[in-house]
Design a protein around this ligand. Structure first.
Ligand code: CU
Length: 269
């Protein structure tokens, strides 16, 4: 069985390489990714498709994803630019709000989909999430917008904390917690602020301290590195786990001498 997989993989690889020599025709840069949403653009022959890397779903917290423009019959439109605004319409409240998001600069000559990230601040059980997507297709000079509905679930262990300090709300996400293993792990957090319902900027000048703790056994761990700001509100450090089980990562966030947040993220490994 394993051998068959290997042969199949090599065959697919050969096919992909053969295609990529052929001026991108027939290639789909999304191969290997999981489609999570798609929508046809009104009055056009195009659709927008959303992919994520792993076979996961969109969850409350920080999510990476890719968007591609395709013809109705599935041909990738490489010479296109997309931009997004996430939007949530809350149930039983006359209220809409956006969320923190990131977009990488798109080089249409690259054989890649455009990548984005959004910090979904609530699950879809609280309201309807959409991505408002603006589309430009250069070859046909098409411009349009479409609203892409997405479903956001709450993970079993939360990866997002929100706190209010000085009447400002901060949203703290911990990334890639599913990948944590015993030993030394890259730790990445993002911090955003809700300036208004539509403006959720990254906060770049904070001090973050972490302290892992295993409550059941009453010990911590050595060799942790406090996350420091890298770019766009992303803070990077190192967390070390000395054994499997349930851990808390205690996170203290300071703005100068003012403590903004003291939160504990639960992780299980
Ligand atoms: Cu909401």
């Amino acid at each position: 069985m394993k051998k068959l997989h290997k042969v199949l993989f090599i065959a697919i690889l050969a096919l992909t390489q053969a295609c990529s020599d052929d001026d991108n025709e027939g290639t789909n840069p999304a191969s290997g990714m999981t489609e999570v949403a798609s929508v046809a653009i009104p009055d056009s022959d195009f659709k927008v498709v959303m992919y994520i890397e792993e076979a996961r779903s969109l969850e409350v917290g920080y999510n990476h994803f890719s968007l591609g423009l395709y013809s109705a019959d599935g041909e990738w439109m490489s010479n296109s630019h997309l931009s997004i605004t996430p939007m949530m319409e809350m149930f039983e409240m006359d209220m809409m709000h956006s969320a923190p998001f990131e977009a990488t600069v798109h080089d249409a000559s690259m054989d890649m989909l455009q990548s984005f990230a959004t910090v979904f601040v609530m699950p879809s059980t609280a309201g309807d999430w959409t991505l408002n997507v603006s589309v430009m297709e250069m070859d046909s000079e098409f411009e349009g917008t479409v609203s892409l509905p997405v479903t956001v679930t709450a993970p079993e262990l939360t990866r997002l904390k929100s706190v209010t300090s000085n009447e400002k709300s901060y949203f703290i996400s911990m990334l890639n917690t599913q990948d944590f293993k015993v030993g030394s792990n890259d730790l990445e957090l993002t911090v955003h602020m809700r300036e208004s319902m539509m403006s959720w900027p990254a906060v770049e000048d904070l001090t973050i301290e972490i302290e892992p703790e295993m409550p059941a056994m009453g010990h911590g761990s050595p060799n942790n590195v406090n996350p420091v700001h890298d770019a766009l509100g992303h803070y990077k450090g190192t967390v070390n786990f000395t054994m499997t089980g349930e851990w808390l990562i205690n996170v203290t966030i300071k703005d100068g001498d003012t403590v903004l947040a003291e939160e504990a993220f639960e992780v299980e490994l």
